[in-house]
Design a protein around this ligand. Structure first.
Ligand code: FAD
Length: 499
């Protein structure tokens, strides 16, 4: 028998994503799902860019895309543009899509590398349709026809996080979730099992449950403050520990991508939404003062700010365990890897998916928690490694921050992957997971990590043939991108559909 009462503590993106997903799955089962949040404390107020997997979450809940985009002031995202990461003046895009197509059974990048060494073949990004579209501020939905170039990419969203939470809340409340305003001031533990039995609100009300989901943000009210789970810090590899966020008006065409521009002690994000542009400076307090960091951000903002700076502090890493006893931590309560690859909401989604797969029965079995913790640790570590690559694979030597990142000792799992790529262009692939071969290729080549020896198998097709095939491919990508409507046209069409 499934447990009967669930209490979600926290009403940010993680709390409402969890509430919506649980109500979708269990709303009709009679399970009591409650969410307590405190308007006084509020939410973190950032978290606008996503990765394509969110489409699956939205689809599972049955959201209509036009309605969702209109309600959350959303835009489409084809990837992330990284400026000044390998060297000052560089720009590359990590797209949600593949590069080129195999030739003679050999992955495309080996051919490109061979031709590139001869001064042929153009830029690597010429072989990516989402990049070609994004560079032109164009967008079209992909299709499912395997013969079509429109089947070579995926897309995500950029949205107003507070509007998304509101949208999710309506959905969840319509399916029986009970929201309670209030501040949790105490957490009671069972004297023998150590399980959480109840939380006490400032009003004095005691709320009991069988399963508690800690979505309380960085403070980790249950998982850390009550259960003292411990935190695995990764700040020696991911040294940014502060951020200042500040939205401004939109200027120019709405980009179908997020931009991450490296600075001397961190990087600045730019996330275009329908009604405003989100901006923020993520930086390391060990290398720059807060006032100077704010000046950097103001220097990058294209229009007058729409709000006061939102100053945030964080420590990169994760809880040693994310499911302990009858408490499951999701969102910032479970850990934070900094927002460079927009992975936090995805990790919430993964956590929800794993929780639903391993949903506890009334007879608690610790194996469920062990498996949840194993899977989430793996995902966190994979994302961590990919983000570390961005900082470490640089030639920048113009600041102490970059000197640190360039020369730091990285985890073995990153060092090994980089060495294999440097040796012969092999990308260590996971069977499944978040960042697969095209992502690693985009960052390696975008940040000037080139193999010493491209795969010799590529030589079995003659250079002339490869050059001709690559030229034809390039032409097709350019043509397909030129034929797409502008991103703004697609957004206007969606808005008209939703009206
Ligand atoms: P919060 O938003 O902090 O919500 C916590 C909730 O708990 C609130 O409702 C609060 O009121 C409640 N609460 C806390 N204490 C109590 C209490 N005592 N009693 C009652 N209620 C309580 N993620 C992405 O995927 N993409 C991005 O682009 C991105 N950018 C980011 C940029 C920065 C600088 C940072 C710091 C994070 C970013 N993130 C991003 C992460 C993203 O913001 C979070 O994953 C997401 O907002 C979920 O946060 P949360 O719901 O876990 O926590």
């Amino acid at each position: 028998m499934l447990i009967k009462r669930v209490l979600i503590v926290g009403g940010g993106t993680s709390g409402w994503m969890t509430a919506a997903a649980l109500s979708n799955k269990f709303g009709a089962s009679g399970m009591s799902i409650r969410l307590v949040e405190s308007a006084d404390i509020g939410t973190v107020g950032v978290g606008e860019a996503t990765v394509p997997h969110i489409r699956h979450y939205n689809a599972t809940l049955g959201f209509d895309e036009a309605e969702f985009m209109t309600r959350t002031k959303g835009t489409f995202k084809l990837g992330i543009e990284f400026r000044n990461w390998g060297r000052v003046g560089d720009s590359y895009i990590h797209p949600f899509g593949v590069f080129g197509a195999e030739i003679g059974g050999v992955p495309f990048h080996h051919h490109w590398l061979r031709m590139h060494a001869r001064g042929e073949g153009g830029a690597f990004e010429d072989y990516s349709l989402p990049i070609q579209a994004a560079r032109r501020d164009r967008f079209i939905h992909p299709n499912q026809d395997p013969r079509s170039l429109l089947n070579t990419f995926n897309y995500a969203y950029q949205f107003d996080a507070s509007l998304y939470a509101k949208f999710l809340r309506e959905y969840a409340e319509a399916r029986g979730v009970v929201r309670q305003e209030g501040k949790v001031v105490d957490v009671a533990l069972h004297s023998e099992t150590g399980f959480v039995t109840s939380v006490t609100l400032e009003s004095g009300e005691v709320v009991e449950a069988d399963l508690f989901i800690d979505c309380s943000g960085f403070r980790g009210l249950l998982i850390e403050q009550a259960l003292k789970t411990g935190y695995e810090q990764w700040s020696h590899w991911l040294p940014c520990d502060r951020a200042i966020a500040m939205p401004c008006d939109n200027v120019g065409p709405t980009m179908p991508l997020t931009r991450a521009t490296a600075q001397k002690s961190g990087w600045v994000w730019k996330i275009p939404l329908q009604h405003r542009t989100g901006n923020g400076h993520v930086y390391s307090s060990g290398f720059i003062e807060d006032d100077a960091a704010l000046d950097v951000l103001l220097g990058e903002i294209a229009a007058p700010p729409l709000a006061d700076p939102n100053k945030l502090r964080f420590v990169t890493g994760k809880r040693k365990k994310q499911w302990v006893g009858n408490v499951v931590a999701l969102g910032l309560a479970s850990g934070f890897l900094e927002p460079l690859e927009s992975t936090s909401i995805h990790l919430i989604q993964l956590g929800i998916g794993r929780l639903l797969d391993l949903f506890p029965a009334q007879e608690w079995d610790p194996t469920d928690a062990d498996e949840f913790n194993r899977l989430m640790a793996l995902e966190y570590e994979r994302v961590r490694d990919f983000i570390i690559l961005h900082y470490h694979a640089t030639e920048r030597d113009d600041s102490e921050f970059w000197n640190y990142c360039r020369t730091m000792t990285v985890p073995d799992s990153v060092a090994w992957k980089m060495e294999l790529f440097r040796e012969r262009g092999v990308v260590v692939n996971y069977r499944d997971g978040m960042f697969l071969e095209p992502s690693w290729l985009a960052v390696y080549l975008g940040q000037r990590v080139h193999p010493r020896h491209p795969d010799p198998l590529g030589d079995k097709v003659s250079d002339d043939e490869v050059i001709a095939m690559m030229a034809a491919m390039r032409g097709r990508y350019t043509q397909a991108a030129e034929a797409m409507p502008t991103h703004e046209t697609v957004l206007a069409q969606l808005a008209a559909r939703a009206a």
